[in-house]
Write a protein that binds this ligand. Sequence first.
Ligand code: SR1
Ligand code: MG
Length: 419
Amino acid sequence: MSKNTGYKPLRVETLTARLGKVAEISKQLGDDTSAWNVKEVGDGNLNRMFVVSGAYGSIIIKQALHYVWLVGDSWRLPLYRAYYEYHALTRQASRAPGSVPQILYFDEAQALIAMEFLEPHVKLRRKLILGERVDALAEFLGEFCAQTAFRGSELSMQSEMKKADVALFAGNVEIPAITEALVFTDPYYLAEMNNHTQGLGAVVEKLRSDVTLKVKVQQMLQRFASNTETLVHGNLHTGSVMSTENQTRVIDPEFVQYGPMGFDIGMLCANFLMAYFSQPAHRDDDLADYQNWILGVIEQTAKTFESEFRHLWATERTGMLYPASLFEDQGDDSTAACDAVLAGIWRDAWAVCGIEMHRRCLSLVHNADFEEIEDVAIRAPLEARNLMLGAELILSAEGLKSVNDVCELARAYNSKDFL
Ligand code: SR1
Ligand code: MG
């Protein structure tokens, strides 16, 4: 990784002059830069994003800033996150082909990535708030999580390459530190940047005084920080997924790091569960049908993850872990070994799921699913269901037999009153 010498933030007014001569970009937009139209889309928490359109089409330009866009200059953050995002995208593109936007150009010094503009894709979180369905969503997400988890691990990779990659991504310190604080720590005490909905005080107090719960969360944090099983996306919520009616892509892997194989699918399921619990505030007529659809997506995502993982286990187990020389070559079935690996993945996934459900109601950054419910008297009881199920998942992560148990619990909590 080189230094960001000569770095200068882009502006709408300067972008065309600065990037007009970059061949990889003009090839996408057309050489006539006078026809380029630049629009800033302030759509994330960390970076600046521009949509640039020209005679041939549109692209996205994403540039890191020296600080967190959402908070401002007081929260400094290294520009190198663009470097890690770029390397994450290239790995995801090869491990789960067709799952991420195409990268067109990367300028490390400017912390800038130019990529395919996904259109007419919309953030999945928005679709879930609007009550829209996406065909083949679960199959896509389950495969993405299984393929990136398996192919980024020593179940598949040669150790030498995997260790070199762990070393490369280990340089990313500050971004994982955000997750270590905002996701795993802040929700469980009165941290400075926290906020929660009025009326939730008793539930919040209950969670923060539960020592067993805090120990479980810290055990998961320990695994998150020190278990380099695979390259995780690191921020796979429904705002990091973009869909049309029938096509889905995963974006924004700047929180990438090596971590537990269950991390991404756990975080993803949490965001579907939050969409599920928030629905009574977003619709009346088709409420039950739509909530069932969301639970169906969770079930199918988990089942696809399992079947894809088992398929990769049978066909691509080329790394040093659980080698055929110890099992199949000896005439021994390795199904029990795969079962055990999957059990460990799900134990982590359900713990991460519960923790994500907590942090999105208690820490700095909340979910639009709940935040857009203006009436706090409606929002608080829905968030309370979410918080209490989160605690149950963390406490019972090891005992949950399958995703069906989780969906059954969600159905039960969906009619409970905790306030
Ligand atoms: C300061 S960044 C806060 C959150 O936004 C990102 O999308 C991550 O989820 C992070 O935790
Ligand atoms: Mg993001």
